[in-house]
Design a protein around this ligand. Structure first.
Ligand SMILES: *Cc1c(COP(=O)(O)O)cnc(C)c1O
Ligand code: SF4
Length: 366
């Protein structure tokens, strides 16, 4: 078994059914109540980025609302076909920092490992969509070997981040194999998994999956919820299973115009992530320059105003860091509004949460 497509033939779980009964091919969109514009866009958009939506995620869509935030994340739209000058196929330069296939090494202590380029759901705004479409390969043990050898050869690497593709779209046996290979490299301390499965296919988070990941390494799962409507009873069960296994849970969201670009939407999302799921909001990503995404990007000033309002409404643990992953591999830099108004020698003028500027004089022992 190398992929969901094969794994769904296993007889014994409900999640296979969620995949089988969902949208698996662009022709499955024919049975959905799409608008004429969506229907027209679907075929062409799908040739650039695959279509796949598990049944449970599809069921969250309110078809009476043309701007439904769930629908907008997974149903191809005409906007995707409009590419703007300056947009990029590889917006954060994963390929330029890839010394061996299936691995990106940009920061000394951590690497991205791509065990598969397939996902349980294909998000229309995905910044890796061109890699997923052009590479489009699943997991084999042999394909990981150069990446694993590279990690073993670089003792500065402490953290291995499984991404893709969606690593949790792999069968338990593949996950156990990957985990064991990484665990065997003594200098690696932490296994991190970036996944949208707890959002789009929460039934996949089974005791077998959790057991496949447990071992010597600290495990951190970074989920990808973008809207409070994705926080369902099934997602709650999935997150509880992972927390009880001792995994640290974080979330990254993408700021998406028309989907979650309001203070109310972000506030509810971040609050429910922390208080209902026990998932700490980690990053809020400003839109990168993936092609065909101009209709989903906000301006940076809009993002800054949103996070400033969030800071006033939510506790520290509920607030994500607003970041931009810079082109050319510049990395993730914080974009939150800067509270420093100026300084005069040791005296700094800093804007407080109430908007008032106060001074702070540095007093340090010489
Ligand atoms: C995002 C990213 C990471 C992880 O960065 P953190 O700030 O630790 O979450 C690591 N490597 C690459 C290449 C990345 O793009
Ligand atoms: S699950 Fe992640 S990698 Fe896959 S399409 Fe969605 S955003 Fe992209």
């Amino acid at each position: 078994m190398t992929d969901l497509k094969d794994a769904i033939h296993a007889p014994d779980a409900t999640w296979q059914d969620d995949v089988r009964r969902g949208v698996r091919h662009v022709r499955d969109l024919d049975r959905l109540p799409l608008s004429p514009a969506e229907r027209q866009a679907a075929q062409e958009a799908a040739s650039r980025h695959k279509v796949r939506v598990p049944k449970t995620y599809l069921d969250l869509i309110d078809w009476d609302d043309p701007a439904d935030p769930i629908r907008a994340q997974v149903i191809p739209s005409p906007g995707e076909l409009e590419e703007a000058d300056g947009e990029l196929g590889d917006p954060i330069a994963d390929h330029d920092f890839s010394p061996v296939p299936r691995l990106t090494h940009r920061h000394a202590d951590r690497v991205l490992l791509f065990p598969t380029y397939q996902c349980a759901v294909y998000c229309r705004f995905c910044f890796r969509k061109e890699s997923l479409t052009s590479i489009g390969r699943g997991y084999t043990r042999e394909a990981q070997e150069p990446a694993l050898a590279y990690i073993a050869d670089h003792p500065e690497i402490r953290e291995v981040i499984l991404t893709g593709g969606d690593p949790l779209s792999l069968p338990d046996s593949a996950l156990a194999e990957i985990r064991a290979s990484i665990e065997a490299i003594a200098h690696v301390r932490l296994l991190r998994i970036h996944t949208r499965v707890p959002v789009a296919l929460p039934s996949r988070i089974t005791s077998g999956l959790v057991a496949a990941l447990q071992g010597r390494l600290m495990v951190t799962v970074v989920t990808h919820f973008n809207h409070a409507r994705e926080i369902t009873a099934a997602a709650e069960t999935a997150c509880r299973t992972m927390r009880q296994a001792g995994f640290v849970l974080l979330n990254q969201s993408v700021l998406l115009k028309g989907i979650n670009d309001s203070v109310e939407a972000l506030e509810e999302l971040c609050r429910e992530l922390m208080y209902r799921l026990g998932v700490k909001p980690y990053y809020l990503h400003h839109g990168d320059l993936a092609r065909g995404m101009a209709h989903r990007r906000t301006t940076i000033a809009e993002g800054q105003a949103l996070v400033e309002a969030l800071r006033a409404r939510l506790s520290g643990i509920c607030n994500p860091v607003y970041v931009l992953d810079l082109p050319e591999g510049g990395g993730k830099v914080p974009l939150g509004p800067c509270p420093i108004e100026g300084r005069d020698g040791e005296t700094w003028r800093i804007r407080g949460l109430d908007g008032e500027v106060r001074t702070y004089r540095e007093i340090v022992k010489a």
